[in-house]
Design a protein around this ligand. Structure first.
Ligand SMILES: Cc1ncc(COP(=O)(O)O)c(C=O)c1O
Length: 513
């Protein structure tokens, strides 16, 4: 390899470019200001030498630091995570649900949640987010759906939700917590995208304050902290701390980085000391940006008008979600446009929308660049030339049909992806089953060994262990024909699915979900 091809050289080159990050990490590489006081990482990179405690058996400075953090957040206990929220999610699940036990979970959870389910060979019952129809993104989870699921599955040992979602959609965690607590089991909330809620007054109330028992937050996503830094909070009488702590050791390095830990402590300290000022200024900048973007003609901003619809209880204003649904342009094209013409890198491109992460460390200049770029693109699309070309196509997601959800009081319950999928095996059993690859069209009646997603909104259509019926196969084929992104299978072209080898070898077919 040549020196110029080394990762570090590529990173340095990128650093010198004009590209502006509307993605994580939340520090946005703004190394001036309080980040500028942070020492060269090599100069403070230690291991568990005398006087520096041990994260896995914290009794000294790390214990004091985490107790202080718990106090700042209003938790009973807080734990620094050096393996992102992923490690915290795995620990929370494994520490709360026994092997082969049952968990009720939102179907739109991050893959680490599913990984926890597989590791403990759990039974799962799903609650489905509603869908924000125009944007085709996940709305919220309702307390009523959770309550119904708890009634149907009284053996559930925990409930797991993601709030906010990637797009900033917040569910009514307080109401959900109260129905979960009637069963004396914990509510675990993946708040990976909401680490800033505890400090920003104009942001949704953190799940911890709403009564969730275990809350996991990625500091690196929305606050100025190094990538991989996250924190897990507990405030509960339904959590077995010893078991949780044991799993935190299992899922984290025995050599946790002091650079990362010092970085997250510094981040929380700064937020406690000066966070309110930072967030006040940030909110003013966001209000300005949002007001200006609300005037776009054909691009549409996900805004407060979504609150109160499709289970959306609150919205994180710092996520700039722009829909190009009515233009036919497509999210990937809009993302390319922002990158190539304006030097702006977005966090995520959906089919008909893009997501941009903004944080307190975004500069006024950066936000202005985003504002001008979006207004200009909007103008251009709305202009005659492009409009004629693109208007011929309708919003790409418009071509997707609501699938048959539950019949409710004379109308279709808009759960989007809710189907009568039947779990014949647990995810773990299917994962470990003998498999064969079968063309999609021939998979009706077979049990999948893979996840199958439609992205967005990223809710699995099928998870391992579920039997696929004609209707599901027909819909998967239809999505593919329409050029939608069917993902999750090993076969990237989504032509074959790994299914359990012996047809009918489904073990015990008991009611699983
Ligand atoms: C909703 C959600 N939860 C959890 C995670 C995992 O977080 P981390 O990258 O900190 O491990 C992610 C990552 O993007 C996420 O989007």
């Amino acid at each position: 390899m040549k020196r110029q091809d080394l990762l570090v050289e590529r990173l340095k080159k990128y650093r010198e470019s004009e590209m502006y990050p509307f993605h994580m990490p939340g520090h946005k590489r703004q190394v001036e200001g309080f980040l500028g006081d942070f020492p060269n990482p090599f100069s403070i990179d230690l291991t568990e030498i005398d006087g520096f405690d041990n994260l896995h058996h914290a009794e000294g400075i790390l214990r004091e630091s985490m107790d202080w953090a718990a106090n700042v957040y209003g938790a009973d206990k807080s734990y620094y995570l050096v393996n992102g929220s992923s490690g915290g999610i795995l620990s929370a699940i494994c520490g709360s649900v026994r092997s082969k036990g049952r968990m009720i979970m939102a179907r739109n959870c991050h893959k680490s949640t599913y990984h926890g389910v597989i590791l403990k060979n759990m039974e799962v019952s799903y609650v489905y987010p509603q869908i924000l129809e125009k944007l085709w993104i996940n709305g919220g989870i309702s307390a009523k759906d959770v309550e119904e699921s708890l009634k149907r599955f009284p053996d559930a040992q925990a409930v797991f939700l993601v709030s906010p979602t990637y797009e900033g959609v917040v569910s009514d965690v307080a109401s959900i917590a109260s129905v979960v607590h009637e069963r004396k089991i914990p509510l675990i909330v993946d708040e990976a995208h909401g680490a800033h809620f505890f400090i920003g007054e104009d942001f949704p109330v953190s799940a911890l304050k709403c009564g969730a028992d275990i809350v996991i937050q990625s500091l690196h996503k929305t606050l100025p902290s190094f990538t991989q830094t996250a924190i897990l909070h507990v405030k509960s009488k339904f959590v077995d701390l010893e078991r949780l702590e044991w799993y935190l050791q299992v899922f984290q390095s025995s050599s946790p980085s002091y650079v990362l830990m010092a970085g997250m402590e510094e981040c929380i300290f700064e937020m406690e000391e000066h966070g309110k000022e930072y967030f006040k200024k940030f909110t003013q900048r966001l209000e300005r940006l949002r007001k200006s973007l609300s005037g776009m003609k054909v691009l549409k901003l996900l805004d407060e008008s979504a609150v109160g619809t499709s289970g959306v209880y609150g919205l994180d204003q710092s996520k700039i979600v722009v829909s190009c649904y009515e233009t036919g342009v497509g999210g990937a094209k809009l993302g390319d446009w922002l990158r190539e013409k304006y030097g702006l890198e977005v966090e995520m491109c959906g089919i008909d929308y893009v997501v941009m992460i903004t944080t307190i460390l975004d500069t006024q200049e950066g936000l202005c660049r985003l504002e001008n770029a979006l207004l200009e693109i909007d103008q251009e699309i709305a202009g005659n030339r492009l409009q004629r070309k693109w208007r011929m196509g309708e919003g790409i997601t418009k071509k997707m049909k609501w699938n048959e959800g539950e019949e409710k009081e004379g109308g279709m319950k808009k759960t989007g992806y809710k189907r009568n999928t039947k779990a014949e095996l647990t995810l773990a059993e299917a994962f470990e089953a003998k498999w064969e690859r079968v063309p999609v069209a021939a998979c009706a009646g077979r049990i999948s060994c893979e996840f199958i997603y439609l992205y967005p909104p990223g809710v699995p259509i099928i998870v391992p262990g579920e039997r696929m019926d004609d209707e599901i196969i027909r819909q998967i084929c239809e999505y593919k024909e329409k050029g939608l992104l069917v993902q999750g299978m090993e076969d990237k072209r989504a032509e074959v699915i790994k299914v359990c080898a012996e047809k009918g070898n489904a073990g015990d077919t008991k009611e699983r979900n």
